[in-house]
Design a protein around this ligand. Structure first.
Ligand code: SF4
Length: 459
């Protein structure tokens, strides 16, 4: 994978010459919900007129509705180690920050997992800084084993997505064998000049090794990979075009593009000042970014973290975001009972600190459908197979019923009275709207089995 910096810079400069008729023609193509090329994405980035903006948001909203329905996949991050040998100027874990670093023992990992299970989580993103001595791959594999094998009551973590540093094909092979969900690695910033300005020391400073990590992961047999940009480190237009080109490259080379795209925005962290970053983006631009990505890659999950406020999350869920973290703690060992004190600093500040239950109630009241489904990956619907199903629309046959089944499971095991009522109303409403009687009948049977005490059922 190569990023042609001059080509993208030229494309960004050409954006100012894009005409209304080009914009209308790309919006017309966008409404067909088949995605866009990076050159077409450049046209969307030229949009300034209110009527075009309105149309773009309404297309994004329709895509979100038609492909994902009201489902919002819920997950939580699990930080296992804050040792890091890198100096990424924007991050609270950078090597220069002086604090008592630690990595969790396997007992502590199990304790964290129990906290997450008591919150109802089924899907976690395992997070660790990069430190080959204090946090090597064997340690990560042990953590995976502990996470999958820790169970409290009806709880279980059924999918672990892994967000660890770029590594070798051999190590990716081991990760693949360990049964990870998606391997997530944010490029952070695709513009090499900007990349080198913020990655000042350590293995992550090697731009090419970082950029080509997805090739090595694919070569090792990991076919679900997730990319991301840390918005605020460089011109967002360059970054969006670059990640689209990266996605096109993956599709062409491996028949499957990014399974997920994450859209974190730079936030305050220990040892950095936001005023040192001239490319911070405002809320209006951020909303447009979400809409553009939703339109460009309709079948890629779009992930938003608790970096964003409740208000911003509500808005971007409408026209793009399909996965959110909830009840998140972004420090090592940070999930705890209220009486325990904070031990470790966070990687970044969280702006939505509601509990998982509060977030789920909020979603249901907003007519959204929180989903704890992890079925696709566990049924082998990954990579090219997943994309094939998604493009044909068949994924709806699985995802929608599974989201209802996991919602009922959550409601019975972790919901209070108010939640149980909200969930039941939602399930009844969604069943009425199901177009296929066959799928509806099967879903009702599965829901009854859950009510009768069975768990972990899926279509
Ligand atoms: S972003 Fe990752 S690699 Fe960079 S300092 Fe933070 S934890 Fe380390």
């Amino acid at each position: 994978m190569k990023i042609d910096r001059d080509y993208i810079i030229n494309l960004v400069s050409s954006i100012s010459n894009i005409t209304d008729s080009e914009i209308n023609s790309v919006l017309e193509k966008a409404s067909k919900q088949k995605g866009l090329t990076h050159k077409e994405v450049a046209v969307l980035l030229a949009i300034k007129k209110p009527e075009h903006i309105k149309k773009m948001f309404s297309i994004a909203e329709r895509i979100k509705q038609d492909i994902y329905g009201k489902r919002i996949v819920i997950f939580a991050p699990l930080y296992v180690s804050d040792y890091c040998v890198n100096k990424c100027s924007y991050c609270g874990y950078k090597i220069d920050n002086d604090f008592n670093r630690r990595r969790l023992t396997q007992n502590e990992v199990a304790t964290q997992v129990k906290h997450l299970q008591k919150m109802g989580h089924k899907r976690v993103a395992l997070e660790a800084g990069e430190d080959p001595q204090n946090c090597n791959l064997d340690y990560i594999l042990e953590c995976l084993d502990t996470i999958y094998n820790t169970k409290v009551d009806n709880g279980s973590i059924r999918r672990v997505n892994v967000n660890i540093a770029a590594t070798t094909v051999e190590e990716y092979k081991k990760l693949s064998k360990a049964g990870i969900g998606t391997y997530i690695l944010f490029q952070e910033v695709y513009d090499k000049v900007a990349y080198e300005k913020v990655h000042l020391k350590g293995p992550k400073a090697n731009y090419d090794f970082h950029l080509n990590a997805m090739d090595r992961a694919m070569e090792a047999g990991i076919d679900d990979v997730g990319g991301g940009i840390l918005f605020g480190l460089s011109d967002y237009r360059f970054e969006i075009l670059a990640i689209m080109m990266h996605n096109e490259y993956l599709e062409k080379t491996y028949n499957t593009g990014f399974h997920t795209v994450s859209v974190p925005r730079l936030k305050k962290a220990e040892g950095m000042n936001l005023s040192d970053f001239p490319n911070i983006i405002d809320d209006e631009t951020f909303k447009k970014i979400v809409a553009v990505i939703r339109i460009a890659v309709p079948f890629a999950g779009l992930i938003l973290s608790t970096r964003e406020s409740m208000e911003m999350r509500a808005e971007v869920i409408r026209y793009g975001v399909s996965q959110i973290s909830s009840g998140s703690c972004t420090g090592v060992g940070a999930y705890k009972d209220e009486s325990e004190e904070e031990l470790s600093p966070s990687q970044f500040l969280v702006h939505d600190d509601r509990s998982s239950l509060e977030i789920n109630k909020w979603l249901l009241k907003d007519n959204q459908l929180p989903s704890y489904c992890t079925a696709c990956y566990r049924s082998g619907r990954t990579g090219e197979d997943f994309m094939h199903l998604a493009h044909s629309g068949d994924i709806q046959t699985f995802c929608h019923p599974n989201s209802l089944i996991t919602l009922l499971e959550y409601s019975l095991d972790y919901g209070d009275d108010e939640f149980k009522e909200l969930a039941q109303e939602k399930i009844d409403r969604e069943l009425k709207l199901m177009p296929s009687d066959k799928v509806k009948d099967t879903t009702i049977k599965y829901l009854d089995r859950i009510r009768n005490g069975e768990r972990d059922l899926c279509l």
